[in-house]
Write a protein that binds this ligand. Sequence first.
Ligand code: T4K
Length: 389
Amino acid sequence: MESSFKEPIFITRPLLPPLENVTSKMSEVWDSKWLTNNGMQQQRLEIELKNYLNVKHLSLFTNGTLALLLGMKALDLKGEVITTPFTFPATVQALDWNNLTPVFCDINPDTLTIDATKIESLITDKTSAILGVHVFGNPCDVEKIQSIADKYHLKVIYDGAHTFGTKINDKPISSFGDMTMFSFHATKLFNTVEGGALAFKDKGLAEKLNHLKNFGLAGPEEVVLSGLNAKMNEIQAVMGIEVLKIVGKERQKRHEIKKTYEKNLAHIPGIRVLTSLENENSSYQYFVIEIDENEYGNSRDWIHEELKKFNVFTRKYFYPLCSEFHWYQHLDSAQPGNLIVAQKAVQQVLSMPYYGDLDAESVSKICRILEELHSVNLGNIKKDKVLFE
Ligand code: T4K
């Protein structure tokens, strides 16, 4: 049996630039005595990110949740928004804070993103938008979603928290839909400790977003709308400027880790690796497997617990489904019978440790543990059979 890891292996570790680079840049902030409110570093990061992500209009925020929340506020959405139940709570909570009702749509079994073929039947005269999530960096069916939106005059917003740098057929992910949110949380491929951004199509939204993230202020004595405080500060921006320099290398490392996982997991029955699409340039945000209990010999929950004994801490992203939150249980669209694929996925997904500093030997060892756990189960199943025969 494999021994346990000496140090805990987490699902991720933040991408950290050399400390001396951050401190030397930080001295610029100290000298300027300007810590937040549209400072120089924040402006600089915005320009650098526009170039990196190939985005025309981009606005930085204190985190991804507030970016999404205020983005939808800027679009002035009303009524119902069709979305996925298989996401992090932030996606639907951004709807709640805008007094918008989620209408849950089932997901595609291959990509685990909203099933575009099921959207049209959920549209009512109250629908104002479709909110898709590019789950684990896997893009939604952006073409189909846009054609539905065009037909019914709906807005399209994407929660792209996991899609930093993702491209489809060489087109940046944010070129699809009216608006895309990125999260720059410490656990993301690119981080500003906490942070986020909105990429948007309509240039006219830039000023409104600036007001919304700064208390609705249009000037020191002029409040034009009801806003919030959601500005990115200078310390966050410095971190971002430095992390941006090393994010390309991190993506390469994650690409290699992904290959090691795929090679070592391929022959274990009951484990499906969630792969990227062929025409997609992945963000390599998460490495996710699905466990088929019958084929593997035991459940996802069992593996999740067993791995802890080896000092390996996986996560059940995303569990539970957002449609199961008690305040949605009265909704028709939240009923389990309407979300068959999502109900299955939520019991099977497991996000594995995945970050550039995870060495190939550790990845292979994790895979060997998974293989051994499968064999142990087979042994148990055979023993049970003998007992019954
Ligand atoms: N939409 C989607 C689809 C999202 O996934 C998210 C966030 C959002 C919207 C909202 O974006 P933000 O408002 O956050 O920008 C984490 C993150 O906090 C969250 O950003 C992320 N998604 C979510 C999937 O994961 P937790 O509560 O699971 O993280 P936590 O603290 O348990 O960290 C996970 C592991 O990472 C730890 O076990 C160890 C490691 N870690 C974590 C931190 C914070 C470190 O090594 N160092 C660290 O500093 O939510």
